[in-house]
Design a protein around this ligand. Structure first.
Ligand code: LLP
Length: 450
């Protein structure tokens, strides 16, 4: 039986007796035959298991888990966590509407994000969102004005930038002085002073998020210590602080790194923030969904016409961006394990006209024939969510497996659907709109919160 890398086994991907990779008991070749490739496949049970592991570890603390929708925004995925009692962390009005559409109650939604527009803030106020995490004094004033007009008082927290390096990839670090996020910790007291005078907001909390895929707990320790000191200082200055938002960032195994130990993380929270008597929120994304997804792809060619061999897949960087964007490692395995023991170091690439369209460099792979299936593991977070239609490739469909049940939870768009929002201008010959009278002026762009 071929060994399954940790990054896949952690999500419940196993080999059956014929050495075929399965999700739960469903062989992935069956899904590929029905849905085609590329396709994302998610394991609902693995998502629930990750949620329960975290929930159990945090049980002694007054914490609400708000699933970070950005990691995987599929409605069915959001619904899985809603059914387990989670709230949602959203960063755009689109994500807010997804969370609401999946049935998350508005009061369990936290709206984060560094550049919320007036339309988005207004939509959040109108929807009765539980908390807005404000990231600048400008945003604070704009939100206050919007709430005042509506005669509302919005619960907010201030996102603090603690200037702590999360020790993760530079591209996904968010809590250092070099990053655009939050308010510098030494400036936070002044913004609290300002907020105390604003009738449209109720500021009683602080939020912090230092980065993503954090393997080592020490940066959390450092950041939460600073937050605890800040809360003491703010209380000394007369402010009431009863809420701390811990952010997300918990790591999963991609290569050899361990899955972050949720119990050890809980101990860090208890040690640094436990004595404050605050209720807390945590915003995990990747930890809940990352391991629970693979992207299925088919081999187009094993190419040997260059100095080194290339394994060309029908999936590209537009479908899974992380290797191109961050040089991120993802495990890649043959779905049918009966390929013998001989491996070749090969570059695994996609069909996109970009040299960064590479999933792995010099990876030991069996010599796979055209038409063979491969699974790229640990693709449940920031996989489909980051995908695009570059090279006019329709977005990859998403399939959810829940025990013996299988459903397509996002279908592959047809060509017509992909180009359906485009049209030729009326002055172009053969345009269906050519006989319409020319418009004198451009219409006002629709800035409504759609
Ligand atoms: N809360 C806030 C405010 C965030 O900015 C993020 C992620 C999260 C929670 C969830 O973080 P998680 O638990 O998933 O690490 N595209 C990158 C990751 C970007 C993360 C952005 N913020 C990647 O593929 O690695």
């Amino acid at each position: 039986m071929t060994v399954i890398p940790h990054g896949l086994s952690n999500g419940g991907f196993v080999r059956d007796l014929s050495d075929t990779l399965c999700v739960d008991a469903i062989p992935l070749d069956r899904i590929a035959a029905e849905v085609g490739t590329p396709a994302y496949v998610y394991n609902a049970r693995a998502m629930r298991l990750a949620y329960r592991t975290l929930e159990t570890a945090l049980a002694a603390l007054p914490i609400t888990v708000c699933y970070a929708v950005k990691a995987n925004a599929n409605l069915a995925v959001i619904r899985i966590f809603r059914d387990l009692g989670a709230g949602a962390d959203v960063v755009s009005v689109g994500e807010m509407r997804r969370a609401l559409a999946a049935g998350v109650p508005a009061e369990r939604i936290v709206f984060s994000g560094v550049g919320k527009t007036d339309a988005e803030l207004a939509a959040a106020v109108d929807a009765g969102i539980g908390q807005v995490n404000v990231e600048s004094s400008g945003e604070l004033k704009r939100l206050n004005a919007l709430a005042e007009v509506r005669q509302r008082r919005v619960e907010i927290a201030l996102r603090v930038n603690p200037d702590v390096d999360a020790g993760t990839l530079k591209e996904i670090t968010t809590g250092t002085a070099d990053d655009k996020f939050g308010i510098a910790i030494d400036r936070v007291p002044a913004v609290f002073e300002l907020a105390a005078k604003l009738p449209g907001v109720s500021l009683r909390g602080v939020a912090v998020h230092i980065g993503s895929q954090i393997v080592d707990l020490q940066p959390y320790h450092n950041a939460y210590r600073r937050i605890a000191d800040l809360v003491h200082q703010l209380r000394d200055e007369g402010h009431i602080i009863d809420h701390v938002d811990l952010g997300g960032g918990l790591a999963i195994p991609y290569d050899r790194e361990p899955r972050v130990d949720a119990t050890a993380f809980a101990a860090v929270v208890r040690e640094t923030l436990g004595a404050l008597g605050c209720r807390m929120t945590i915003e995990p994304g990747r930890y809940l969904v990352g391991s629970a997804g693979v992207m299925l792809a088919r081999v187009v060619e094993w190419k040997e016409d260059l100095a080194r061999p290339f394994l060309i897949l029908d999936a590209g960087m537009n479908d899974l961006m992380r290797p191109a964007l961050y040089k991120a490692y993802h495990p890649i395995v043959a779905v049918h394990g009966d390929t013998g023991d001989v491996t070749v170091d090969v570059d695994v690439v996609g069909p996109i006209c970009e040299s960064t369209d590479r999933f792995a460099r010099g990876r030991a792979m069996p010599r796979l024939k055209a038409g063979s299936l491969v699974a790229i593991g640990a693709a449940g977070a920031y996989g489909a969510a980051l995908s695009s239609e570059y090279n006019s490739r329709p977005l990859v469909p998403e399939v959810l497996v829940d025990g013996s049940r299988v459903a397509v939870v996002r279908k592959r768009p047809s060509f017509e659907e992909m180009v359906g929002l485009e049209s030729l201008p009326p002055w172009m010959e053969d345009s269906p709109a050519a006989d319409r009278p020319p418009t004198a002026e451009l219409p006002e762009p629709d800035r409504a919160a759609e």
